[in-house]
Design a protein around this ligand. Structure first.
Ligand code: NAD
Length: 484
């Protein structure tokens, strides 16, 4: 069985540990590779090399750093199909979904290439007689990137291009469930011309995260994953004086107003709930209607959900792939049972779905609960699968109150023709990424990915925009007097 390699010291190297984690093709249900738990000496070696490399890398002129990013961008475009196929095979999402992820990763490389504008300093002449003052932005050192399984390539690229563009070096620790597309990307990163040890890869699970947290030479951590782990990484990292930004879990509400253009927008709503098999931190999870549009919305929602073609994401016309693991499917099925036990009405049951061609795949068909009460477990907890809950309310204020009760605040969307309600929604909803007639409110690379509440720990958000400039640089203020 193939072992996933690390990339340390400018080359692919075999891990020191024994195989510990299985990487599956979740559509076929077979193990396709193995991952070892990273050892402390591997992490420390990579960090020492990155620490030394950073001192030289920060001296490389900005235009030369940018040239490498442009080269990487071109290499990624050239390899897009190969990267997407690897992603589909390790994760299960469809080839088109995977291609979308790679495009978003490439957009972050492009966006980071604009770094020269963003890290320009500030200055004032004559803050006193013959005294000038300026602020310069400087790189910080070594950053670690720890990513989740659901966007194996895209999420490390929310951080890596910006960190290195600003003169830092990085160690990437992908999810042990989906490490293959980042492993492949290291080949492109090397080919693009990054000097040795500017970007390195160490695979593993919790133990590697702990070695990263313990290592004093790591200045900051960009984490994305579930809320308990995000909170752990945030608290431990910041207590050790590291900068930490940590994206976390979600429970996203989609409000469909009576005036919404349901006929045209239902495919978009369906994409939000069942795209990526619901394993998206921006996925719709609770559909909120009013009494007056309940029947129309629910009928259309169920009709469209039933038509989705489920299967192996590399095959044509497949709309939805499997879940990541058999255990994860069982966890989602448990939530369905909890929904039934707590009294919600199961109006579409995906549990008995069987794929004849791939009988061992971890498939679960779309599942929909109606008459869900906001206090039920399925309305409150992140399920991370193709399960939708429908809550019916009396009016906009009540709908908003229910949405804002959630402990999460990653995303929320409103479907309406009313500018007034759209504007009110933006002002009053407690979510960081907001969609107006858009079901997956995924910010483009040059905007931050703005989660709130238990969906984010830290203050400077992932992805592009000012937040990243501040996260990956420190500022120095220089006060100077030059007199005759
Ligand atoms: P996860 O928390 O299990 O794992 C994330 C990373 O943390 C992985 O690299 C993993 O190896 C590591 N890890 C796991 N357990 C750990 C532990 N006990 N101690 C230290 N490190 C540990 O998350 P996942 O299942 O891979 O990803 C799904 C979750 O990520 C969902 O909750 C989803 O909402 C969230 N997510 C959030 C965003 C966002 O931007 N807010 C984006 C994508 C996914």
């Amino acid at each position: 069985m193939r072992m996933i390699k690390n990339f340390i010291g400018g080359e692919y190297v075999d891990p020191l540990g024994e195989p510990k984690y299985d990487v599956y093709n979740p559509a076929i249900g077979e193990v396709i590779a193995k991952v070892a738990e990273g050892k402390k000496e591997e992490v420390d070696k990579a960090v020492d090399l990155a620490y030394d490399a950073q001192k030289k890398w920060e001296k490389v002129p900005i235009p030369d750093r940018i040239k490498i990013l442009f080269k990487l961008e071109n290499l990624m475009w050239d390899s897009i199909d190969e990267l997407a196929e690897i992603t589909t095979n390790e994760h299960g999402k469809t080839f088109q979904e995977a291609k979308g992820d790679i495009i978003r990763a490439i957009q972050n490389v492009e966006s980071a290439a604009a770094v020269s504008y963003h890290i320009m300093g500030e200055n004032n002449r004559n803050i006193a007689y013959e005294v000038d003052e300026e602020l310069v932005r400087v790189p910080i050192g070594v950053f670690a990137i720890i990513s989740p399984f659901n966007f194996p390539l895209m999420i490390p690229f929310w951080f890596m291009p910006y960190a290195v563009a600003m003169g830092n070096t990085v160690i990437i620790k992908p999810s042990e469930k989906t490490p293959m597309s980042m492993e492949k990307s290291m080949e492109l990163i090397k080919k693009a011309g990054f000097p040795e040890n500017v970007v390195q890869l160490v695979n593993g699970g919790k133990e590697v995260v702990d070695y990263i947290l313990e290592n004093n030479k790591i200045a900051g951590i960009s984490f994305v994953g579930s809320t308990p782990v995000a909170e752990y990484v945030y608290k431990t990292g910041t207590s050790r004086k590291k900068r930490v930004q940590a994206g976390a879990s979600a429970k996203n509400f989609i409000l469909v107003m009576p005036d919404a253009d349901i006929e045209n927008l239902m495919p978009n709503i369906i994409g939000s709930f069942f795209g990526n098999a619901g394993e998206r931190c921006l996925a719709g999870s609770v559909l909120v209607t009013f009494k007056e549009n309940h029947d129309k919305v629910v009928n259309s929602f169920v009709d469209h959900a039933k038509k989705l073609k489920i299967g192996y994401g590399m095959e044509k016309d497949v709309d939805m792939g499997p879940l990541i693991r058999r255990e994860h499917k069982e966890r989602v099925v448990k939530y369905i049972q909890i929904g039934i036990d707590e009294g919600a009405k199961l109006i579409l049951d995906g549990r008995n779905y069987k794929n004849e061609k791939y009988p061992n795949g971890f498939f679960l068909a779309p599942t929909i609960f109606d008459f869900v009460n906001p206090d039920m477990t399925i309305a409150k907890e992140e399920i991370f699968g193709p399960v939708a809950s429908i809550i019916t309310t009396n009016n906009f204020d009540e709908a908003l109150e229910i949405i804002n009760r959630s402990r999460y605040g990653n995303a929320s969307s409103i479907y309406t023709k009313s500018g007034y309600y759209a504007r009110e929604f933006v002002d009053r909803v407690e979510a960081g990424n907001i969609g107006i007639n858009i079901g997956v409110a995924a910010p483009i690379a040059f905007y931050p990915f703005a989660g709130m509440k238990q969906s984010f720990f830290g203050d400077l958000h992932p992805q592009g925009g000012l937040d990243h400039i501040l996260f990956f640089t420190d500022s120095k203020v220089v006060i100077s007097r030059w007199s005759t």
